[in-house]
Every structure is written in structure tokens, then in C-alpha cells.
Design a binder for this molecule. Structure first.
Ligand code: ATP
Ligand code: MG
Length: 387
């Protein structure tokens, strides 16, 4: 049953704030491009597509007779070849900064009406991330700087979206990688951002250094090899002033880890996800001028990442089991569990929540995300259906 929301968007006021005609704002609502959140966050509206200069995932809410806008996190384009991409993309500046790219999920944390909210990439306020952010962050930051948005990666095993054990994190940590102004989305330059984050004791992404453009590709290749050995994801290469857009580059081991996960649920992932990861391996091998034995090793890694997990899944389903993606969350406030369950249901995620277990004064809840499409497709092959 759909309950009519109690709060409606003041279209005239919103149009004035966004500098758009009222008819356009009304059109965005009608076409469900500007969507309303629910429950405690009914007054928060999100952009489900790029609209003029406002990115997908941006969030708009009424405040003191006007509005505030929290811009979406900009897309980070990928370098396929480090040398050419750096020379081309950063040709106007003398040096770049390298930070570690942490593998978790993207969250924006900001004060919305005197309370903090953790917003995911698509512009939804995630109840789990919000509860975690309340405990992980020094909230004085938001009292002192209500005009700022903290961008970071939620990383660790107690993670309903991208659980990772590779960092030695016990539960979940928030790694700050950006601070921006509400409204304009203007970022802090890197050194100022790191200093400000440090003043509030925030955990930050690792800083590898600032390097002249001419040396950057070689230095980064070395960093990537080292990060690969410890299964970390990669780097983000940034303009120290944060004027030019950042670019990203990842380790082969991390590409393969993504493939291993995705091929286990081969029919639930989009084809682009697989394809782009395979192509990356081709370019890296050529840029690094690999010899025959290195190349053989890469082929073996890639092939194993694709075939083994898929074969495991097919075998399991053949034996009558259902495959699921098992994740877990950890909360202090038990009420967050049902709110999160409802949230996933609204997103259309098919998930089974197990009863909470008490761990160190918190509640640990295991969640089985069912990968219906892979289960059904595989089953149908055993029933003799054709692809
Ligand atoms: P995108 O649209 O940005 O390409 P994606 O979902 O394809 O998003 P990724 O390939 O994981 O994402 O790369 C970008 C993401 O990396 C960012 O959205 C951010 O969440 C994450 N990230 C991790 N560490 C950093 C960092 N140091 N600086 C910037 N982003 C980082
Ligand atoms: Mg990521």
C-alpha cells in the first residue's frame, strides 16, 4: 500500500532556488526524476538522473524557508594506460597527488536539519550507514561546519554492500577522501582537506605523496604492484588544488577479486561489469611490457577468477542448493535492523535477515542476499531449457 507522503515539495520555492522554471521542477517530479525519500527523511528529495549541472544522486531539502543542495559525488574516470592518461589529463599542472582508493561503498555525511544523515551514491539516506556514522565520526565537525559535506568510503567486514576482510578492520571504518561545500559542491584543496579532517581526528585514505607529472606513471606503477600484493584496490590520482577531475587506477588482483565475486553470481551482474575488468588486464599487461612468464601468470589468474567461482555456483545449484551473497551488519540500536530491512525491501533487494546475535554490546545480524537471477538461470539449464 502506498501511503501519501505528508510533506510535499514547495515547487515554486524549489524552482527559485534551483534557478529553473516551475514547470521544469514539476516535470521532474511527474517523471519521477526528482524522488522523495521516506519516513524521517520525507523532506529529502533526490535526483535520479543528471539534470543540467546537477548530478545523479544529488539531494535537495527545504531549510529555513529556502533549500539546501548536497551534490552527488562526481564520477571518477579510469586510466587504462597510466602514462598517457596522466600526461593528457593533467597536462596543465606540474604535479599530482596519489591517494589510496579504498574498497568499500561511497557515503556522503552531512547535517540535514540538525541531525546527520549518511547518503549513498543514489541519494538515499541509508539507516545503517547513518547509525554507523553517528558512532564513527566526531560530530563536532557538523556543528562547527554545517555548510560542509564529508565524503568517504565505508570499509570493513560488517558491510551490507561491499564487505572486505583485507584491511585488518574489525568491523567498519569511515575513510574520508573529500570535503565539499553544500550548494556549489566546491571541494577543499587536498592539503587543506587533510588538515581539517585531521583536526577532527577522522580516519583518512592513505596519502602516498605528491609527484611531478613526468615521474608519476612510474611511481604509481610501483605503488600499484605493492598494493596488489596485499590485495588492496588501487589509487586515485588527484590535482592538489582539486580543480581538475581525479582519475582512478586499480590493481590486477583487485580486478580479479571483483571478477571472482561477480562470476559466482554471473547472471545477476551487468555484462559491462565483466567486460571492462577483462579489458583492463589487457592494457596493464601491454603498458608493463610483460614477458612470457608474467603473461602466463596473468592469464591463469584471470581465467581462474572467471571460471572457478562460476563452476562452484553451477555445482552447488546442481546439488539442489541456492546460492546467496552473505553479508553482515553490526548496530548498537536494534531498531536500525528493521529500518534497514525495510530499506532493502524498498530497493528491491531480496534478503533474508537472521536473528541478531549480541557481540561486545552490539548486535550482529547476518543477511543473506539471494541472487535470484543466477539461481533461476542455472536451474533452468539443468531442466534442459536453452540459453
Ligand atoms: P564512479 O562513478 O566514481 O566511477 P564506481 O562505482 O564505478 O564509481 P569505483 O570504481 O569504486 O566506483 O571508483 C570510484 C569510487 O572510489 C568513489 O565513488 C569512492 O567511493 C571510492 N574511493 C575510494 N577511495 C577514494 C579516494 N581516495 N578518493 C576518491 N574516491 C575514493
Ligand atoms: Mg568502489
Amino acid at each position: 500500500m502506498n501511503v501519501e507522503p505528508e510533506i510535499k515539495l514547495d515547487v515554486k520555492l524549489a524552482a527559485g532556488y534551483l534557478k529553473m522554471p516551475q514547470s521544469k521542477v514539476q516535470g521532474l517530479l511527474n517523471k519521477r526524476i526528482l524522488l522523495q525519500n521516506w519516513d524521517d527523511y520525507q523532506h529529502v528529495f533526490r535526483f535520479d538522473k543528471n539534470v543540467s549541472k546537477i548530478e545523479h544522486g544529488s539531494v535537495l531539502y527545504q531549510k529555513d524557508g529556502s533549500f539546501e543542495l548536497i551534490r552527488g559525488f562526481p564520477k571518477i574516470q579510469r586510466a587504462m594506460l597510466l602514462g598517457p592518461a596522466i600526461n593528457n589529463h593533467f597536462s596543465k599542472i606540474g604535479s599530482i597527488v596519489v591517494e589510496e582508493k579504498m574498497n568499500g561503498y561511497n557515503v556522503r555525511v552531512a547535517d540535514i536539519d540538525g541531525r546527520i544523515a549518511a547518503i549513498t551514491r543514489s541519494g538515499l539516506v541509508c539507516p545503517y550507514s547513518t547509525e554507523r556514522a553517528e558512532h564513527l565520526l566526531n560530530l563536532d565537525f557538523f556543528t562547527d561546519h554545517p555548510e560542509l559535506i564529508l565524503f568517504g568510503e565505508m570499509v570493513g567486514p560488517d558491510n551490507p554492500y561491499v564487505p572486505k576482510d583485507i584491511y585488518g578492520i574489525q568491523s567498519l571504518e569511515f575513510f574520508v577522501f573529500d570535503i565539499r561545500q553544500k550548494g556549489s559542491g566546491k571541494p577543499y584543496p587536498i592539503y587543506e582537506r587533510r588538515k581539517l579532517a585531521d583536526e577532527y581526528g577522522f580516519t583518512q585514505v592513505r596519502f602516498f605523496g605528491e609527484f611531478p607529472i613526468a615521474q608519476a606513471a612510474d611511481v604509481i606503477a610501483e605503488i600499484i604492484r605493492e598494493l596488489g600484493k596485499i590485495k588492496h584496490e588501487g589509487v586515485v590520482i588527484k590535482d592538489p588544488q582539486m580543480v581538475l577531475q581525479a582519475i582512478k587506477y586499480t590493481c590486477s588482483q583487485s580486478n580479479c577479486a571483483d571478477l571472482r565475486h561477480a562470476f559466482r553470481y554471473y547472471n545477476d551482474y551487468g555484462r559491462d561489469y565483466f567486460f571492462s575488468r577483462v579489458v583492463r588486464e589487457g592494457f596493464q599487461s601491454v603498458e608493463w611490457d610483460e614477458n612470457e612468464s608474467e603473461l602466463q601468470n596473468r592469464c591463469l589468474q584471470l581465467g581462474e577468477s572467471i571460471l572457478r567461482p562460476m563452476i562452484d555456483s553451477i555445482r552447488q545449484i546442481k546439488d539442489g542448493m541456492r546460492i546467496s551473497d552473505d553479508v553482515q551488519i553490526r548496530v548498537r540500536d536494534i531498531a536500525v535492523v528493521s529500518r534497514f530491512e525495510e530499506y532493502l525491501r524498498k530497493l528491491g533487494v531480496d534478503a533474508v535477515f537472521e536473528p541478531p546475535q549480541q557481540v561486545e554490546g552490539e548486535y550482529l545480524v547476518k543477511i543473506r542476499k539471494l541472487n535470484q537471477s543466477t539461481n533461476d538461470k542455472t536451474d533452468s539449464m539443468f531442466k534442459g531449457e536453452l540459453w
